[in-house]
Design a protein. Structure first.
Length: 142
């Protein structure tokens, strides 16, 4: 039942992402807090769909979801695409998607930006708060 619920939620988000582009919304904000590989992977897959549908995508990683940004952390490849969430995230970054870790992530793990995959930085609450307050931003959490 749990897998069905996740699948249903993913489908609803995919429909929402498709509606974003058709409704003229241009910004998609994806927050990943889950440490589950499949959830992280779905966040990246749906972020790519939003990007392909013309939305400007920004990703915030926090909690165990932030571990995807660690150079030292490995993640398994997911079927059927045979890519890990990190590989998908880096593909998004190569297409101009901004990926950041929340302000609480690094200090509470005694980490610095040197521990993160190149191109990922920490972001402060005022910056994210301003972004979230923009009425054209659609917010999704995984």
């Amino acid at each position: 039942m749990k897998a069905f619920t996740k699948l249903l939620a993913a489908f609803a988000l995919l429909v929402s992402f498709n509606n974003i582009a058709s409704a003229g919304e241009s910004k998609t904000f994806v927050v990943v807090t889950s440490g589950e590989t499949e959830v992280q992977g779905m966040a990246m897959v749906l972020s790519m769909q939003a990007l392909k549908n013309g939305s400007d995508v920004r990703i915030l990683l926090c909690g165990s979801g932030g571990d995807i940004a660690l150079k030292s952390k490995k993640s398994m490849a997911l079927k059927p695409i045979n890519k890990s969430p990190r590989q998908m995230m880096m593909g998004l970054m190569s297409k101009g998607v901004t990926v950041e870790v929340c302000a609480l992530y690094m200090p509470n793990r005694d980490l610095s930006e040197a521990d993160l995959v190149d191109g990922i930085k920490g972001v402060t609450p005022p910056v994210i708060g301003t972004y979230m307050a923009d009425p054209s931003v659609r917010y999704f959490s995984f």
